[in-house]
Design a protein around this ligand. Sequence first.
Ligand SMILES: Nc1ncnc2c1ncn2[C@@H]1O[C@H](COP(=O)(O)OP(=O)(O)OP(=O)(O)O)[C@@H](O)[C@H]1O
Length: 332
Amino acid sequence: MIEFEDVTKRYPDGTVAVDKLSLRIPSNQITVFVGPSGCGKTTSLRMINRTIERTGGTISIDGQDINSQDPVTLRRGIGYVIQNAGLFPHRTVVDNIATVPRLLGWDKRKARGTAMELLERVGLDSKLAGRYPAQLSGGQQQRVGVARALAADPAIMLMDEPFSAVDPIVRHQLQEELLRLQRDIGKTIVFVTHDIDEAIKLGDNIAVMRVGGKLAQFAPPAELLAQPADDFVRGFVGQDRGYRALTFVHPETLPMKPLPDELALQDGVPVGWRNGSEELLPVGSVFQRGDSLRAALDAVLTSPTGWGVVVDEEGRAVGVVDQSAVAEALRS
Ligand SMILES: Nc1ncnc2c1ncn2[C@@H]1O[C@H](COP(=O)(O)OP(=O)(O)OP(=O)(O)O)[C@@H](O)[C@H]1O
């Protein structure tokens, strides 16, 4: 656990970036700092690895005050990922990833071996190992950044707007990959973003901050959406929080109907809707039994027939739900 107790940062010019911040960041989970520009997110994050020194209060990791540790040693045990990846331009991908293990004194072969494993783990082809950062796409660079931060197997990862500089599709992929990776590695991740949707998607807990470096609310996303602490949080979470909250509703009881004849299948996988002409209409989005009500609603809204298709883990259609069933679930 990382604990902030009355932590303050006053910059030399008098700016109070963080003001008496107290919170507990649980281990092995993703905690997201979110808030408007200038609210002190980055400052809070960087005080954890002491790249910014606090001016008041205490920060401890597993009960030990970080000021009692040598900052260089502290930093080597904490992965750090930033926007635009921050890769060393004159080092190849594999050498970038191997940076911290090499600093820790691992021999070159072992460090490179680990780097190659990590390359695969973050979804990159081993062929990219010998390239330089400028020869990669933005999304690939971010993946290398994540691999580099993971190389020494730190218990903690700090991520400062790591996916902000890539286009929305790549961003979505990187978010999915991070969640997949986290299911395997279970690190204590502290993630900074100004995007509430990203916070809701990734966070086990979300710390909403307001300008002046004050904590407005610390809660799991479902609670934040259902019970914003005040008007500031309500405004920040946005008008459509009711719709977003459906992400956390898992309707176990949506009545499913048998597959209608109009649904065309190929090896059980839905490929389109028949409507009397040669061309099939697109299926729309599909969802699985355990998915959220948001996914079910999306499926019925994007299906040209109003039937949302339910699939199994292999993507094979198992039934459909109709709009009235989803509307009923929304009311309950
Ligand atoms: N070196 C510095 N000297 C003086 N003030 C600073 C310094 N660094 C940051 N600040 C100020 O501290 C406040 C918090 O900055 P910080 O970068 O932590 O905010 P942030 O929430 O991460 O913002 P953004 O989302 O725009 O990156 C801002 O008012 C900023 O101008």
